[in-house]
Design a protein around this ligand. Sequence first.
Ligand SMILES: Cc1cc2nc3c(=O)[nH]c(=O)nc-3n(C[C@H](O)[C@H](O)[C@H](O)COP(=O)(O)O)c2cc1C
Length: 180
Amino acid sequence: MNIVALVGSLRKESYNRKLAEWIKGRYKDKFQLDIADIGALPHYNQDDELNPPAVVAAFKRQVAEADGILIVTPEYNWSVPGVLKNALDWLSRVDKVLVNKPVMIAGVSTGMMGTIRAQLHLRQILQSPGLAAKVLPPAGNEVLVNVASQKFDEAGNLVDAATVEFLDQVIGRFIEWVGR
Ligand SMILES: Cc1cc2nc3c(=O)[nH]c(=O)nc-3n(C[C@H](O)[C@H](O)[C@H](O)COP(=O)(O)O)c2cc1C
C-alpha cells in the first residue's frame, strides 16, 4: 500500500511533520509513506493549470498514483495553512486527482484545541467538486493531538500512550477504508 502525506507546516521542527515521520516508521509494515514536498509548489495560477510547472505535474502524478492520502496539518488562524490550501487548489483542477481518493486527516497543535477548527474547515474544502475526496468519516477518527510539547519526546517520537493507542485504531480503519 502506497500512501502520500501532505504536511501543512514547512518549519524544520514542525510537530506535524514529526507526527507524519512517526506514522511512517510505526506502520512501515502496513504501508509505504512518502511525504510530498508541497513547499516546493509555486502559488496556484489558473493561467498555468493546463501546462503546469514540472514540480506541479510531478506532485499531481504522485497523488494520482497513491492508494491514499494522509493530511497532517496545524491550524493557522482557525483554518488550514496557505501552503496546504495551495497544494489542494492545484490538485482540484484539470485532472482532479483527489476525486474519490481515500484521505485521512490528523493534526497537532501546541494549544488545547488540537486543530479542530482547521480539520472541520479542511473537511468542507475536501467536499468541493474539484476535490471530492473519500475522507475517512470523522466519528471516532478525529486525530486531534493537542499540547504537543507534552506528547513528543526530544527525538520527535510520539510518546503519549493514549494517543499512540488511538492512532493504532484510526490507522487500522484508514487501511480498511483504502482497501474498499
Ligand atoms: C501563523 C500561525 C497561526 C496559528 N494559528 C493557530 C490557531 O488558529 N489555532 C491553534 O490551535 N494554534 C495556532 N497556531 C499555533 C500552532 O498550533 C503551533 O505553532 C504549532 O506548533 C504549528 O504546527 P507545527 O509545529 O507543525 O509547525 C498558529 C501558529 C502560527 C505560526
